[in-house]
Write a protein that binds this ligand. Structure first.
Ligand code: IMP
Ligand code: MG
Length: 190
């Protein structure tokens, strides 16, 4: 079985992704030059983006990870919980750059940002690989982003469907018959 066969069309090629990351890395570098900061990668989806991004930022930074997931099921309204959080001394008084794979409804990043503020971060900015503004429920805009995408479910470069496709080196839309094997994917499992 080859994952490439499940992709209907490629939205962003490897080369386009690398160029966009060069641009965003330069923006982040000038925003934080002279200020100590920590890149907080939201697992699992942002691990590939974050590791490409930080290698293009030539100023001092620290790296941390966190994970959040939803609870509740079916039509019951969902909430979010933190599964894994950096220790207090990695958050308190630090400037944080929260890095995620995609800003969709905005619930995940809004929740995480509030939690980091509550734990005493000095400031929290957001950097997302993809931004899907048409799906926004919570009013939140990313400080940095690589690409805006239409309202299509996409996979690859860290983004998954039911845990798969994260390892594709490009971003693609899935074929209809692949999508129809799954119900609306849970948007809050990282
Ligand atoms: P939000 O809380 O709705 O903004 O959801 C953010 C999370 O939903 C992301 O971190 C992804 O894990 C997931 N997600 C949203 N849209 C997509 C998509 O098109 N493909 C894969 N995952 C997605
Ligand atoms: Mg996910």
């Amino acid at each position: 079985m080859n994952l490439h066969g499940d992709i209907e069309r490629v939205l962003f090629t490897e080369a386009e992704i690398q160029r966009a990351i060069d641009r965003v890395a330069a923006e982040v570098t000038s925003a934080y030059d002279g200020n100590d900061f920590t890149v907080v990668s939201v697992l699992k989806g942002s691990c590939i983006f974050a590791s490409d991004l930080i290698r293009r930022i030539p100023i001092p930074l620290e790296l941390a990870f966190l994970a959040a997931s939803s609870y509740g099921s079916g039509t019951v309204s969902r909430g979010l919980r933190m599964n894994f959080l950096p220790s207090d001394n990695e958050i308190e008084g630090r400037s944080l750059l929260l890095v995620d794979d995609i800003l969709d409804t905005g619930k995940t990043l809004h929740f995480i940002q509030a939690e980091l503020d509550r734990r005493g971060a000095r400031g929290v900015r957001t950097c997302v690989f993809l931004d899907k503004p048409s799906r926004r429920v919570v009013p939140i805009e990313p400080d940095f982003r690589c690409f805006e995408v239409e309202d299509t479910f996409v996979v690859g470069y860290g983004l998954d469907l039911a845990g798969r496709y994260r390892n594709l080196p490009y971003v693609g839309a899935l074929r209809e018959e692949v999508l129809s094997r799954h119900s609306r994917p849970d948007s809050t499992t990282g």
